[in-house]
Every structure is written in structure tokens, then in C-alpha cells.
Design a protein around this ligand. Structure first.
Ligand SMILES: [Zn+2]
Length: 276
């Protein structure tokens, strides 16, 4: 079974500090490729170094709405330099109405600037959206959609919004959050996604799926989102099979079908920025 982790953060200290083991476990679990997203200027260098050292790591650079403090005046020029320097995606970028302090105007300006840069370079985007679905839809409409390709990571929107987002050019990615039995909204949304638009991800080191094993040597980290059976566990790409199994159960398919479909989808979306 070959898997593609469509969204993770291997540059995070919790994973970077034990990367050889993390990548070994990923390989043994069948995770052949990983899209690794930078979230602010300070970690773009780390993402780039990881991608240069490991062909299975596909880099993406962006400013996440949680990390707008500390942006330099020249951030957009720096971003363009990173993107022009190597095949890479744009993200993690997006909107978040649940974050505090919340500065909508600035969030939207930073988001739109990155979207336009992605369009001009034809780079796939990785979107973050939390409790801002109407604004996201409106902005994407105003910007003419994402015809060149993108994904919404850890989808938490409604089932009704899936089709309009697909029509705007987006793939829909599900994380460990879909493994929670109580996540009925997520389960309903998943059931409406077109097979050729479906992706899976770990968002590691966060969002450990239910059933994540405690790995020897992996430090428990306070503040990891509590998931039944997996609280305080550092998530990693090797756990993607748990997401595939949960998605398969909800859709009435086999894990092998989910792996094959999502692997093909990720390869189609990211073909222009992959080395292997
Ligand atoms: Zn993320």
C-alpha cells in the first residue's frame, strides 16, 4: 500500500529532532511522499533543507494566519525567492476566525497576496480554514477560483460546501480529526467528496489519529490536541494508515482503495513540483 501524506510539518522540532527514525517509520508504513508545509519566514530554510536532503519530501512555503506576527517588510519578496528557487507549493496559507488576537483585514491581505503569487507561478496551494468558510468562499470567488490547483487541509467545513470548493479547483484533504467517532460533520462532508478530489494527511506533529501508538523515544508534548486514546502523543507521517483506514470505513471502501485513489490524486495535483 503506497500512501501520500498531503500535509505535514516535518520541520517542527518535535519531528526534526528525531527525523531519521520518523522517515524510517514512514517508509515502513508505505508513506512514499510527504508535502511539508512551512508556516512562517523563520522555518522556510528548514523546509528547504529537508526537501534538498530527502527526495520524498516535497516543500511548500507560506505564511499561516497564526504566524503573522514577526513578518518582515520584505516577506513577499522572500517568499517569491523561495518559490522561484525550486519546485515547491504555496502554503500553509489561509483564514482563521478562531484565532486570538484576530485581525481579519491583515489576514485577508496576506492570504490574497500569497494566492496571487501562487497563481502567477502556477504553484499548488495548501489552504488552512477555520470558522471562516463564508469569507474563504467569497475571496476565492473574487479571485477567480484556483484553476491551477490546490487543497484544503484537514477539512472541517460543511458537506454542502464540498462541491462548490471542488468546482473552484480544490482537492479536499482529511486528517486524524476524521478518525474521531464523534466527528459526524466531518463524516458527512467526506461522504460527498468526489473520489478524484480526495486526499489524506497527518498534519503531523499535530492531530494524532485515534489509535496512534505511543512511540518509544517520542517525547509527550503538552498542548497536543487531545484526541481520545492519543492525548499528548506526537503525530508523524507513519500514522497516515490510520487515517486511510478510518476514511475507508466511512466510505465503505477498502484501505487499499483509499491509498491508491489518494496517492494518484496527490501525484496529479503536485506533479509540477515533485522530484520523484
Ligand atoms: Zn498544518
Amino acid at each position: 500500500m503506497l500512501l501520500f501524506d498531503a500535509h505535514c510539518h516535518l520541520q517542527d522540532e518535535r519531528l526534526a529532532s528525531c527525523l531519521p527514525e520518523v522517515l524510517n517509520r514512514a517508509e515502513r508504513a508505505g508513506v512514499r511522499q510527504m508535502l511539508c508545509c512551512g508556516c512562517h519566514e523563520r522555518n522556510w530554510d528548514s523546509v528547504l533543507a529537508l526537501a534538498q536532503a530527502h527526495p520524498q519530501i516535497v516543500p511548500s512555503f507560506g505564511i499561516h494566519p497564526w504566524y503573522m506576527q514577526g513578518m518582515t517588510n520584505g516577506w513577499l519578496v522572500t517568499l517569491e525567492r523561495f518559490l522561484s528557487g525550486q519546485p515547491s507549493g504555496v502554503g500553509e496559507i489561509g483564514l482563521d476566525h478562531a484565532v486570538t488576537p484576530r485581525a481579519d483585514e491583515e489576514q485577508e491581505a496576506v492570504f490574497i497576496a500569497q494566492l496571487r503569487l501562487a497563481r502567477s507561478l502556477k504553484r499548488p496551494v495548501s489552504l488552512h480554514c477555520r470558522k471562516a468558510w463564508e469569507r474563504l468562499r467569497k475571496i476565492l470567488n473574487q479571485e477567480g477560483g484556483i484553476g491551477w490547483g490546490g487543497l484544503i487541509h484537514s477539512y472541517s467545513g460543511s458537506a454542502e460546501l464540498v462541491k462548490p470548493l471542488e468546482e473552484m479547483g480544490l482537492y479536499i484533504s482529511f486528517s486524524g480529526a476524521i478518525t474521531r467517532p464523534g466527528n459526524k460533520r466531518g463524516h458527512r462532508a467526506l461522504a460527498t467528496v468526489s473520489p478524484e478530489r480526495l486526499l489524506i494527511e497527518t498534519d503531523s506533529p499535530d492531530l494524532p489519529p485515534v489509535g496512534t501508538p505511543a512511540v518509544a523515544g517520542t517525547p509527550a508534548v503538552a498542548g497536543t490536541p487531545a484526541v481520545a486514546g492519543a492525548a499528548s502523543v506526537v503525530n508523524e507521517p507513519a500514522n497516515l494508515a490510520l487515517v486511510a483506514a478510518a476514511v475507508a470505513g466511512i466510505l465503505g471502501r477498502t484501505p487499499g482503495w483509499v491509498a491508491e485513489q489518494t496517492f494518484a490524486n496527490a501525484n496529479r495535483l503536485l506533479a509540477g513540483i515533485m522530484k520523484c
